[in-house]
Design a protein around this ligand. Structure first.
Ligand code: 475
Length: 860
């Protein structure tokens, strides 16, 4: 609407307000301006880092114009908005993405060239924003890109960790060493400190019910800390819409009353871990585990409380009654990490807004939506009741009240079914009692979803089965994950992107936002010249990767070989061990071949990358008052190596032997690339011929890198798990290499392993042979690997011995298929062509329509 200009003369303001300027001459001008005034540097000694900072600040100016306009229009129109609460946002680098989304990459490249810099060198200066562990965090980043690109009013809320995911170093012996990631040390041009946006967050203290006929209580005392906002601009692709990611930093509240600080006897006893600043100091690096640490719980409450206060303040500005909150606000809970938002909103509504319980619960259960990302039992969050009682006494009261009312309604529907009540209780009995966060997230939400068809079915039939029976199936849905084609095709594979635009005869601005148009590539499988061009791009991407490895690690890679890639967090269920044992099997087979036989073998290079959860990391980081940073690196002492660490060690030591073996090195080599990151993924993914997604069936909820490889024309070798299944449905089973047992068999197999074990020699001689070679010391360190090998010989929870033979057979099929390069390239083209479904635009639109009920807002 037309409003009065807030101050002064509107005309004067408007004349001075800049628009995004795309002239190369204005770009160089703004760049040099920033060199002189923002960076206070002289042009003659400007290095690449300085040039990166100047370019970033100049691009940021453009983003800010759009970001302000977007915020203004959202405020004026007050549409329903969605908020994505995620403890992790694995953003990676920003400059290239911003340039591409703004459509200014060419102009900036020309501009910096005129000033004597290369865009490539400049882009390479940026440090990754690595505020996440893996899939869950990167998904959040893709969803922000898609929300902005689809012009949806969506904001992210997270934490501004001072240290992102640790940097991984690999010692010569193959041990993972961890160093902190002080990513903010070089300044971060992409964040805007909002010292004016701050909230107080309380911990500890005591909660006293008023008992005045209302459900109200007063929570007082304890410790109060301050949450300060830092905003990160999220530009959409070819649209003015520029959304916001708000990250909270913790700091001590001024005038903080030491006497009311009632810390009690809790974790650490280390003073600095109790300080306000410790709360947002470090990202917890253990994915797929819940470990009940107080600092982690503090992070979760600090972040949800600040975010809710901010959302509520914005809602109140609209001037509607509180009962209309769910008409203006949808909040997506990214896994159970933000589940405390449920009792926190109840607390605000009851204690501060004086609402009756039923009204409050009505508002809450129409506001929240919960996404589950894993069914692995060790990842399901549970918080000890005594810890909650100590840290958040009022929230524990509310959780108990929710539980009582909930169980009463269960009793009503299933009278006398005490087992059911015990199963469904939010409180798990035991010493100590624990709160089951997934159950709380489920009953406090409007809808619950999994992240791929199979996974969503498993959620409904296993962990939340009772809740489906009680609440009805319609509350439970599926939104298959997606990836942003901007970063994961246009940005990481510019040559392929250009070829697609030429072939489709349409600007990338169109097909990048309507990814199913890739299907128009299908007829091109029969075009020989096109296939040649397609294969040549893959080859150049392989050379780009080889060049990267050469310059960073000093290793020379055979780019004529097939590139076989497995890159993801190290985890037992993802079975990197199966892969390395497969490599050893290949090596032993090659060793036994005649020269004649070897001639028929296609060379293969196997790449691994990924971080293992560190053993003793947080304790060191938060208890050290000030780290000796940046160098010397702060290594964490190596204590007992465990599963995934031994796997890394095995990979490195196998590489050491086979890469030097003159009998085989031309046909098989192996690399573990340290410090896997979003940026490294952007180089690895476009270079892959085949990638491996080989989790035990039913354990990988979706996977998203599988989609990235396929979008870039890499074929998939995998189990019938997660989104692999839906990828095969799209691209056709003849274009993927499937192996292994199916999900329904897994439980029976595990039962067999426990109660009727068959010696591995009998069950799978090929695997037994490989294990024995490792035990015999073929790769050194024999006793180091014994515990790892024994997990396979006994118990074998992830079914390596059941899937090994079919895995080896599938690898052989890949070899055979690769020999026919014409057919292989056709498969590659078909795969890319059929990946449209996996755009995160599709996924985010499903959330917007079927969950949040929000609409696109055109920013004029
Ligand atoms: C799934 N992380 C992938 C991806 O949906 C899926 C758990 C507990 C504590 C900290 N982090 C976690 C996850 O559970 C996680 O990353 N899950 C992953 O989410 C996106 O594609 O299959 O494993």
């Amino acid at each position: 609407g037309k409003e009065k200009w807030p101050r002064g003369e509107e005309k004067v303001w408007k004349e001075c307000m800049r628009d995004v300027d795309t002239e190369v001459s204005s770009i160089t001008k703004s760049f040099v301006n920033h060199v002189q005034t923002s960076l206070a540097r002289q042009p003659y000694n400007l290095d690449n880092l300085g040039a990166y900072q100047a370019a970033a600040l100049s691009v940021r100016d453009n983003l800010l114009v759009n970001w302000n306009e977007t915020a203004l229009q959202y405020t004026r129109k007050a549409p329903k908005r969605a908020y994505y609460l995620s403890l992790e946002f694995l953003m990676g680098r920003t400059l290239d993405n911003a340039l591409l989304n703004l459509g200014l990459k060419d102009q900036y490249s020309q501009g910096v060239k005129k000033l004597g810099f290369s865009m490539e060198d400049i882009l390479d200066q940026e440090r990754d924003a690595a505020l996440g562990n893996g899939g869950l965090g990167r998904l959040a980043a893709c969803y922000l890109d898609s929300s902005a690109s689809q012009e949806l009013p969506v904001w992210g809320y997270g934490l501004r960790y001072k240290y992102g995911i640790f940097q991984q170093l690999i010692s010569p012996a193959g041990e993972q060493l961890e160093a902190p990631d002080p990513w903010l040390d070089n300044q971060n041009p992409w964040e805007l400190p909002r010292l004016d946006v701050a909230y107080e967050v309380r911990f500890y203290g005591h909660a006293d019910r008023l008992n005045d006929g209302t459900p109200r209580a007063v929570w007082a005392g304890g410790q109060e800390v301050l949450a300060v906002a830092y905003d990160v601009m999220i530009p959409g692709c070819y649209t003015k819409t520029t959304n916001n990611l708000r990250l909270w930093e913790s700091k001590p509240k001024r005038g903080f009353d030491l006497n009311s600080f009632n810390a009690g006897n809790y974790e650490g006893a280390v003073e600095s871990s109790n300080s306000a600043a410790a709360i947002t100091s470090v990202l917890y690096p253990n994915d797929h585990t819940s470990f009940g640490k107080e600092l982690r719980l503090k992070q979760q409450y600090f972040w949800t409380a600040a975010s809710l206060a901010d959302i509520l303040r914005r809602f109140k500005n609209i001037g509607k009654p509180i009962t209309e909150f769910p008409d203006y606000v949808a909040i997506q809970l990214n896994d159970t990490h933000p589940t405390l938002a449920i009792p926190e909103l109840m607390r605000i509504l009851i204690d501060e807004e004086d609402q009756p319980w039923a009204t409050a619960w009505q508002i809450v259960t129409n506001t929240f939506f919960y996404t589950n990302h894993t069914v692995l039992p060790e990842a399901l969050e549970k918080w000890p009741v005594p810890l909650l009682e100590h840290l958040l006494p009022r929230h524990l009261q509310i959780i108990y009240d929710i539980n009582l009312l909930f169980l009463q309604s269960v009793e009503k529907k299933f009278p006398g079914d005490r087992d059911r009540l015990a199963r469904m209780s939010l409180i798990e009995e035991g010493f100590p009692k624990q709160v089951r966060m997934a159950y709380l997230a489920c009953i406090g939400s409007r809808k619950v979803n999994g992240v791929a068809e199979l996974h969503s079915d498993l959620v409904k039939t296993t962990i939340l089965k009772d809740f489906v029976e009680f609440e009805g199936i319609s509350k439970f849905g599926n939104v298959t994950n997606g990836i942003t084609p901007r970063r994961w095709l246009d940005q990481c594979n510019p040559e392929l992107s250009a070829l697609i635009s030429t072939t489709l005869k349409v600007d990338k601005a169109v097909w990048l936002k309507e990814l199913t148009r890739l299907e128009e590539l299908l007829p091109k499988t029969e075009d020989e010249a096109f296939r040649k061009e397609w294969a040549a791009i893959k080859q150049r991407n392989k050379e780009r990767l080889a060049h990267h490895v050469q310059t960073t690690l000093g290793l020379t890679i055979n780019t004529k070989a097939m590139f076989d890639v497995q890159i993801k967090r190290l985890h037992e269920y993802k079975r990197q061990t199966l892969n390395i044992l497969g490599v050893i099997h290949r090596y032993l087979t090659l060793k036994n071949m005649t020269a004649e036989e070897k001639k028929k073998v296609n060379p293969r290079v196997v790449f691994f990358a990924g971080k293992a959860a560190p053993a003793y990391y947080i304790a060191k980081l938060v208890s050290a008052p000030s780290l000796p940073l940046p160098l010397p690196l702060y290594f964490i002492a190596w204590l007992t190596p465990f599963g995934t660490h031994q796997t890394i060690r095995l990979i490195v030591n196998v590489a050491r032997i086979i890469n030097e073996d003159p009998d085989t090195k031309d046909l098989l080599s192996l690399y573990f690339l340290p410090d896997y990151s979003v940026s490294l993924a952007e180089v690895l993914i476009p270079a892959s011929d085949i990638s491996q997604h080989i989790s035990t069936a039913g354990t990988e909820a979706s996977g998203t890198s599988n989609m990235k490889f396929c979008l870039n024309g890499g074929l998939l070798l995998g189990t019938v798990d997660g989104a692999n299944i839906e990828i095969a449905e799209e691209v056709g089973e003849s274009n993927v290499f499937f192996f292994g047992h199916l999900t329904p068999a897994v439980e029976d197999l595990r039962y067999q392993h426990t109660y009727h074990p068959i010696p591995i020699e009998e069950k799978c001689p090929a695997l037994a042979n490989v294990l024995n070679q490792v035990s015999a010391g073929l790769f050194g360190d024999a006793d180091v690997y014994e515990p790892l090998l024994n997990t396979i010989r006994q118990g074998d929870h992830y079914l390596l011995s059941d899937d090994f033979d079919s895995y080896i057979a599938a690898l052989a099929m890949v070899d055979e298929a690769y020999l026919d390069q014409t057919e292989w390239v056709k498969k590659s083209i078909r795969t890319t062509a059929k990946m449209g479904k996996f755009s995160s635009d599709r996924a985010i639109n499903e959330y917007a329509e079927s969950y949040w009920n929000i609409e696109a807002q055109r920013i004029a």
